[in-house]
Design a protein around this ligand. Structure first.
Ligand code: ZN
Length: 270
């Protein structure tokens, strides 16, 4: 058994290239808000994140969301949402029963409200530090609570982590999302609390969905540090460094694995 991974994007954000990778020019660049459709043999269409959604654009017109829009301007059109794109691909939103959430930044959960039948799978450690935050304190963490469905917490299934085998070294914890070995989550916290990467077992081999553990596929494989200014945005900069190093070591030990990061063109795709 295997899954099929289809990388998509729901909108993009503008950022300075020099911020995302030290030594790059001080030029504004558009970065895709990537998410992934995963075709699972028994669970149907599964999402890993959702990218932006219409709610993000609306929230950015109001205080305090307007702060988010000033720091990270968003490009998002009427047909860009995960919901619309899945509909075009032949998957009505009601058919999506599972969304695996890498972390709770607005550009990853902006479409959660569009999937009313979905259970959300995430690391409890992603939710606990943010759940009580509102207003400016939330936006400062790139968290917009109004994007989450009202029954968000009731629909959450916390990932159940256990000790990882040697094959996942240097990762020490793993959560097998559906218990079939096809989608395994490993912790890569630091950029945001409780962030996870997802190891997807495809026909051709392993695909690592690394979320925001690196800004580019190149940076996921090689040590390309962000600008020091970008580090202030990390929830835990030291932890972010350790997670990046663990990801690089894992990819080095598994050279055949493909890596997709949220804000770059996925490896192996045009
Ligand atoms: Zn993020």
């Amino acid at each position: 058994m295997s899954v099929r991974v289809i990388p998509l994007r729901a909108g993009s954000c503008l950022n300075l290239a020099a911020i995302t990778e030290r030594g790059s020019p001080w030029r504004v660049q558009a970065y895709p808000a990537g998410f992934t459709l995963i075709l699972h043999p028994t669970r149907g269409p599964v999402l890993f994140d959702t990218g932006y959604g219409a709610g993000v654009v609306a929230a950015m017109r109001r205080w305090p969301g307007v702060i988010y829009g000033l720091i990270t301007p968003v490009q998002f059109g009427a047909h860009d949402s995960a919901r619309e794109q899945l509909r075009v691909l032949g998957f009505p939103p009601e058919e999506v029963r599972h969304v695996i959430v890498s972390h709770l930044h607005a550009d990853h959960v902006g479409g959660l409200r569009d999937f009313p039948q979905a259970t959300f799978h995430l690391d409890r450690r992603a939710w606990e530090p943010l759940r009580a935050l509102r207003g400016v304190r939330a936006v400062r963490r790139a968290f917009m609570p109004e994007l989450l469905p009202d029954d968000f917490e009731d629909r959450c299934t916390w990932l159940d982590f256990a000790a990882a085998g040697d094959d996942l070294h240097p990762f020490t914890q793993v959560a097998d999302v559906f218990g079939d070995g096809l989608l395994r989550a490993v912790p890569v916290p630091g950029h945001a609390p409780g962030m996870i990467a997802l190891l997807a077992q495809e026909d051709a081999g392993l695909t690592v969905l690394a979320a925001d553990a690196a800004w580019s596929a190149r940076a996921a494989r090689h040590d390309r540090p962000v600008h020091p200014l970008a580090r202030v945005a990390f929830a835990d900069p030291a932890q972010e460094r350790r997670s990046g190093a663990a990801l690089r070591a894992f990819l080095h030990a598994n050279p055949a694995a493909r890596v997709h990061v949220s804000h770059d063109t996925p490896e192996g795709w045009p």
